[in-house]
Structures are given as structure tokens and as C-alpha cells.
Design a protein around this ligand. Sequence first.
Ligand SMILES: [Zn+2]
Length: 154
Amino acid sequence: MADKEALVISSGEARQPFNYAVGLYGSKFFQELRNNRRIVGVKCPKCGKVYIPPRRVCGDCFVEMKEFVEVGPGGVIGTFTILRYAFIDPETGEQKPVPYGYGFIKFDGADTLFQHYIDIEDESRVKVGARVEPVFSEESKGTIKDILYFRVTD
Ligand SMILES: [Zn+2]
């Protein structure tokens, strides 16, 4: 017999506090970021492609990559968006203030794109191809938040 009561499902808290292992290559990336404020990728021994963030196997050649190389810290905006519609930030459980910029950065010396926030204080300067540099947090914790955002330097 079917239950005719309305089914109510609560989504609970929006905050999602959890930890996860970033792996050997992710650890190298975050250690360099935390300890030296260096951004490292990994270079394919076959095709020379530099991946950022680093990963173990080249997606084109299927060979293991072991050569870590410093990239950036400067780069260019590969693509971006300016978000004007608020959503709940899963890291804080709070609505993220809008507007803010988010995009894909191509570090100097890298062949892949890296996602992060982009400063939009002057939106007219935020363009595909514009040069950017990371703005680091005062305190390094070995997380992606060690980079607060990228600012346009053009
Ligand atoms: Zn390759």
C-alpha cells in the first residue's frame, strides 16, 4: 500500500567540510605553493607538454611524467566569466558575494589551464589574453587558497 503522506527531504547544511588526499603529485604542488610560493607543473618526457596542476600520466602519450618544472607565476587569461548570480559556497555554507570573476589561467611555461578567481575591480581590463599574476594570501596553508585570486597586470 502506498503511503500518501508528503515526502519531505531536508538537504541539511550546505557546508561540506571534508578532507581528502591530493596524492603524490598534488602534494608536491601544494608543498611548493606553501613552502616556496612556486607553482609547479609536470613535463611529459615524450611530447614536452607541461601540465598544471601536475598529474602522473600524459593524457596524449599515456606515459608517466616525473619531471617537475616551475611555471609562471605570470600568465594569461585563457577564458573567464563574471558571476553575478549568487550561490552557496560549499566551503563556507554562505552565499558568495557577487559579482566576482572566475577563469582559466595559462601560466607562462604551461600548456594546460588552471582554474581560479580573477579580480574584477576594473572589469574593462579583464579580457581573454590579458596578462595576470597570482595574489598570494599572507599565510600559507598548503591549499588552493594560498592564491587568493589573479589580478590583471596589463
Ligand atoms: Zn605527452
